[in-house]
Design a protein around this ligand. Structure first.
Ligand SMILES: NC(=O)c1ccc[n+]([C@@H]2O[C@H](COP(=O)([O-])OP(=O)(O)OC[C@H]3O[C@@H](n4cnc5c(N)ncnc54)[C@H](O)[C@@H]3O)[C@@H](O)[C@H]2O)c1
Ligand SMILES: [Zn+2]
Length: 418
């Protein structure tokens, strides 16, 4: 035996497979999908069902009936939605409840029924509980269905930063029932369409055309394609399927994000700081859409994107019920701080996705402060336009608490180095 050896190198690969399954009438006791275990085995004990508060109010009776009629032993935990509730405390609550119900390593996977916030919180708890247990994801918001549903990521906000704590751990099963989003307020539909807009801009011109043509209808109809006959266009269905397919295609080739150049980060470079500082004023997809516009302005100013395409992007953003600008996007200081913070997440590279056309992108790593100044001026113009004609504006709706504005917000990052 060689006793002088000083190093052992371990090498192992873990392949993951997970399904995103489209279903309908998911809470109909005759539909087996919800109760089914990921690996087809029999459940040996009580399963935890974590529900979003609004989902419980809307569907709780049907969900309870589903499990009782199918003789599946479950206990319930209800948590509030909203990014302000995506906290360490929320994920610890789930962990405690998993212990209380006696969750085992494999045989009793919890079920998460709710929006992106609930999915991220339960996903994080499941990924850390016993160092990782499987769970089942049932997204009930458009954003959760077209974006989070494909993702391997979860997490909670921490110390004023979005998703600062989290893990990569995809659940083996995600169930998509488009009927569940029929109860969403229009504003939440628009927020979800913000992520569809991102996907359209980076790789799917047809998806963009659907949003452009059917935008207002998609919002009011909540992508249900109500009243359509066989053979009629089904823009709601097509938008959801194209958005999920696009996301799946992009994530599959770089699921663990070993490559930090990701076109799916379009719309997510400048928005995270704005979103956290504006909490709870701005929803995720609202901030993402504004970032999409800001980044399109940067591309036009570089001569990479035709101004006509920017006009279409701004118009489509408004047609899906979203505002194109916000005071923080018109504030170059905030934008520089946002980029600096995001660069730390990209190992000190910008890796900024810019558009050369709708559906076509390049990466840029040499954006200057002067370019941010110019783009912020355009965002200020768009803001004035929006204030004069508030049809596309979603900020400070009467049912929302008044937000803190950017200038007085605490600093969470240093300015971008020159
Ligand atoms: N893990 C990922 O890869 C990933 C991807 C995209 C988004 N996210 C995260 O998702 C979060 C945003 O998700 P969201 O927009 O779904 O927010 P959310 O979960 O807060 O839901 C939005 C609101 O809709 C309510 N709601 C949920 N389902 C409903 C229904 N069927 N009918 C009526 N109301 C309903 C909720 O109670 C909440 O008030 C962000 O924190 C974002 O970071 C994560
Ligand atoms: Zn997003």
């Amino acid at each position: 035996m060689n006793t002088t050896r000083k190093r052992w190198t371990m090498r192992a690969a873990k392949e993951v497979t997970y399904d995103i399954v489209v279903t309908s009438e998911i809470f109909d006791p005759g539909n087996p999908e919800l109760g089914m275990l990921p690996c087809g085995q029999e459940s040996g004990g009580t399963r935890l069902v974590v529900m979003d508060e609004t989902v419980d109010a809307l569907f709780g009776d049907r969900i309870r009936k589903y499990f009782s009629q199918n003789d599946i032993d479950v206990e319930y935990l209800t948590l509030p939605g909203g990014d302000e509730n995506k906290t360490v405390e929320a994920f610890l609550k789930v962990a405690s409840k998993l212990t209380e119900v006696g969750t085992s390593r494999v045989g009793t996977p919890p079920i998460a029924i709710g929006g992106g916030v609930l999915q991220d919180v339960v996903g994080m708890a499941a990924s850390l509980y016993r160092r990782g247990i499987p769970y089942v994801r049932v997204p009930t918001t458009l954003l959760g269905q077209i974006d989070g549903s494909v993702s391997a990521k979860n997490g909670v906000n921490y110390e004023g930063c979005r998703n600062r704590l989290g893990t990569f751990a995809p659940p083996p099963r995600t169930l998509i029932d488009r009927g569940l989003i029929a109860t969403l307020p229009e504003r939440q539909i628009s927020s979800g369409l913000g992520e569809a807009l991102k996907m359209a801009l980076i790789k799917d011109a047809r998806l963009f055309e659907l949003l452009e043509e059917y935008g207002p209808h998609l919002v009011t109809d909540r992508l249900q394609d109500s009243g359509t006959e066989p053979g009629d266009p089904q823009p709601g269905l097509e938008v959801i399927h194209r958005a999920i397919s696009g996301m799946a295609e992009e994530l599959q080739k770089n699921l663990w994000e070993t490559d930090l150049k990701r076109i799916v980060d379009y719309g997510h470079t400048f928005s995270p700081i704005v979103e956290m500082r504006a909490l709870p004023e701005l929803h995720h997809g609202e901030a993402v859409a504004m970032d999409c516009v800001f980044s399109a302005v940067l591309a036009v100013n570089r001569g990479m994107l035709a101004p006509r395409q920017l006009a279409r992007i701004v118009d489509t953003t408004r047609r899906i019920g979203l505002a194109a600008s916000h005071p923080m996007f018109a504030d170059a200081t905030v934008m520089k701080q946002a980029l600096a913070d995001t660069m730390r997440h990209r190992d000190n590279h910008q890796y900024l996705t810019l558009l050369t056309d709708i559906g076509e992108t390049v990466f840029v790593d040499d954006l200057t402060e002067a370019e941010i100044d110019r783009a912020a001026e355009v965002m200020a113009d768009l803001l004035r336009e929006q204030e004069a004609d508030p049809r596309g504006a979603v900020v400070c709706l009467p049912d929302q608490p008044q937000a803190r504005q950017g200038h007085g917000a605490p600093e969470t990052s240093a300015p971008l180095a020159a």
